[in-house]
Write a protein that binds this ligand. Structure first.
Ligand SMILES: Cc1cc2nc3c(=O)[nH]c(=O)nc-3n(C[C@H](O)[C@H](O)[C@H](O)COP(=O)(O)O)c2cc1C
Length: 298
């Protein structure tokens, strides 16, 4: 009579042992794969920076090509509200010991490194980081030839992450890329398609008054310097429009772009409003705050 009982105990102990072994195995694999996952995410991010910069050939470029070409960029941390570069000393004082490891998305989880946007949050990001990482490609004379800006905002189903590249006039859009989102394949996810992204190239970001003057229209309603939306994906288009307008605006990169334009002594056609912003900043502010050795990120 005691036999079935002992069989039950045996079965349970075997099952428990098996569960334990499996969970240890799964944990070990997860831990073991973590470095590879981080490396893949870094590669993918760098690839998308090159895509936005028009420096990536999907047909032929390898991971080595991406790593090599990415070296053309200086990786800088900027203070978004001041529009200036932040040196290592100031970063350390702010609690950021390693500029290369700085992640603006992570920073939004830290109250000291971000601010609550409250009702003033058109991109639906909740909190804005104080500091942003930007990627600057310079010409032989050391002047910014293009700048790649990380952007993010809420689409229809979740947050869309991407990069926007501006040409040396800090006004004309060179390219755009999206590397993470939850939009529907065949609908909102078409924002990733090269054909749609190509529509952004050559568009002017600001009007003559220095206001952001670009975005995404509803499909089939063309508007100068705006991009035609994707049919059946109006809501994703609205999300992209909002995020572009937010990041190019005063709360985003505008102070930095104004400073860059001024530093390179460029004529701005939309002088009036932009000029008043610029005149508030000393000419050498950006140069003074630039770290001695520009940060390079592998
Ligand atoms: C299953 C499903 C998935 C959808 N995914 C998206 C999406 O990713 N992006 C989007 O803008 N609209 C999406 N829509 C459509 C929206 O609900 C909405 O109808 C659409 O944005 C309106 O665009 P239109 O004015 O161009 O037709 C989806 C609809 C359904 C039923």
């Amino acid at each position: 009579m005691s036999k079935p009982k002992s069989n039950n105990a045996k079965t349970i102990s075997v099952a428990l042992t098996l569960c334990l072994v499996c969970s240890v195995l799964v944990s070990a694999v997860a831990v073991g794969l973590k470095p590879a996952q981080i490396e893949n995410a870094r590669l993918d991010r760098n690839k998308n920076i090159l895509v936005a910069a028009g420096m990536y050939d999907a047909e032929s470029d390898t991971a080595d090509d991406v790593a090599e070409r990415f070296k053309d960029f200086d990786v800088e941390i900027i203070d978004l509200s001041k529009g200036s570069y932040v040196d290592d000393e100031a970063l350390k004082a702010a609690g950021i010991p390693d500029r290369n490891a700085y992640d603006a998305s992570q920073a939004t989880k830290n109250k000291a490194l971000s601010e609550d946007l409250g009702n003033n949050d058109p991109a639906g990001i909740g909190r804005k980081p104080k500091y942003a990482k930007v990627y600057v490609k310079k010409d032989d004379a050391g002047k910014p030839e293009m700048v790649v800006l990380p952007i993010q905002g809420y689409g229809l189903w979740g947050t869309i992450y991407g990069f926007l590249t501006l040409e040396s006039d800090m006004n004309t859009i060179k390219g755009i890329s999206f590397y993470e989102h939850k939009e529907t394949p065949g609908l909102g996810a078409r924002i990733e398609e090269p054909e749609w992204r190509a529509k952004w190239s050559g568009i002017h970001s600001y009007d003559e008054n220095g206001n952001v003057a670009t975005g995404v229209t509803k499909a089939g309603t063309p508007k100068e310097n705006w991009v035609d939306g994707i049919s059946g994906a109006t809501l994703t288009g609205r999300g992209v429009s909002n995020m572009i307008q937010f990041w190019l605006g005063e709360q985003g990169y505008k102070p930095y772009l104004d400073t860059l334009r001024k530093e390179s002594g460029q004529a701005i056609d939309n002088a009036a409003a932009t000029q008043s912003t610029l005149s508030a900043q000393p000419e050498t502010e950006l140069a003074a705050k630039r770290p001695v050795a520009n940060g390079k990120e592998a």
